[in-house]
Design a protein around this ligand. Sequence first.
Ligand code: NAP
Length: 479
Amino acid sequence: MTSLGTAENPLRVAIVGSGPSGFYAAQHLQKQLGAGVQIDMFDRLPTPFGLVRGGVAPDHQTIKAVTKVYDKIAADPTFRFYGHVDIGTDITHEEMGTLYHAVIYAVGAQSDRKMGVPGEDLAGSHAATEFVGWYNAHPDFRERQFDLTQERVAVIGNGNVAMDVVRILAKTYDELKGTDIADYALEALKKSQVKEIYVLGRRGPAQAAFTTPEIKELGELADATIIVRPEEVRLDALSAEDLERNHDAMAEKNIAILQEYARRATSDTGKLRPPKKRRIYMRFLTSPVELIGTERVEKIRIVKNELYVADDGSLRPRATEWEQTIPVGLVFRSIGYKGVALPGLPFDERSGIMPNQQGRVLQNGAPLPGTYCVGWIKRGPTGIIGTNKPDSIESVEKLLEDLRAEKLLAPSRPTRAALEALLAQHKTNWVSFADWQILDRIEQAKGMAADRLRVKFSRIDEMLKALAERKGIKEPSGD
Ligand code: NAP
């Protein structure tokens, strides 16, 4: 038998999840093995690209353009996409072991972290990730309701997701119309009564997680003013020392921008300028301690924090006696995503990732043969899209080492025919990459007709129906 990983005896690899980390893993396998690999990528949704489609803000189209790279990876003859197939349900993890020499989990972080404060579960209190999924037409969040008749909103957290949520809440209809925001979200936001948005960061401006372009954008909105308190963006002694030591150029730029916003607010006072419809209050060193309300959120109680040096040398927040209550009718917690366990596979509940060593999944401390992870389920929900490339290369390199050491799985039926025979039993309406391209064209055509970038499908049954209609028949999909 010719050696595994050659055109005659290709290495069969499954990638579970079709976001950036999955695609970069596929790309590295293609580069290293050429025709010696067959890659089957699965997604439980009929549409590929993970958070690029369902997470990246609709007004950030230049970031979304990265899918052109993924299209090229998908066009390679080594690659197949099997959308609308849920690994663990439609095909079990045990069955995967009979079909593939290696499985790479690229499932991301599908839940969110909670604040752990009283009142967090009141109506009107939401995870930012739900709102993000909703305005991005993600089928899981399509039916969520957000009461946009409320005039005051709090967004908790100082990361880029918080910035996205604030921008989408603060932008005008005209600013959003040309994007690919979900059509129902565009209509709901058009009627939004939101006037005041409080962004609550628990540490100071020097420790904020948002990046410079994102904080800059908040100062450039058509009908929203950003308001920053000068005393909250003045650099304290601990932060100044920390910045000096770590040469954090991004934090320095962020602070300069925030200080400019603070000056803007002061110098604007008394000027005859038509007031903007919305105000964004950026508050620092504040933590929510309670959401208050009877039926739904009516107020948020916050404390003022001070910074102290923790044992690991980082600057952490500590509550002071000072408290304030702000009337708000909507709260979005934007304090980070969290990974979800895959049934039957190792998972570290505390950190929300699959335990792993450079991408090799570990079970009881030892590598689980032929099982790898990449992206947020490997390292946690950090970094930008590009961070995933070296991260995925690292995991694939470990897989290739194991290939050379003959430590991969020994599947009994390592062929696409065997996979598709199994799918024919369990999941007849799976979606190929060619099918997705049909959906893509329909979305773009609908967009053109509405003078928009695209009008997204947001329901799985509508996607499947559109595909069946295009093909003229209701039959199992296939490339
Ligand atoms: P993130 O960057 O980790 O930010 C989380 C924020 O929540 C931090 O400000 C954190 O403060 C705060 N936080 C955590 N626990 C808190 C608590 N109990 N109370 C109050 N605040 C709390 O996470 P993210 O915004 O979800 O973004 C996830 C990743 O996606 C990031 O790497 C981000 O850069 C990336 N992303 C990028 C873009 C873009 O490039 N445009 C857009 C969206 C997301 P501490 O720092 O004090 O912990």
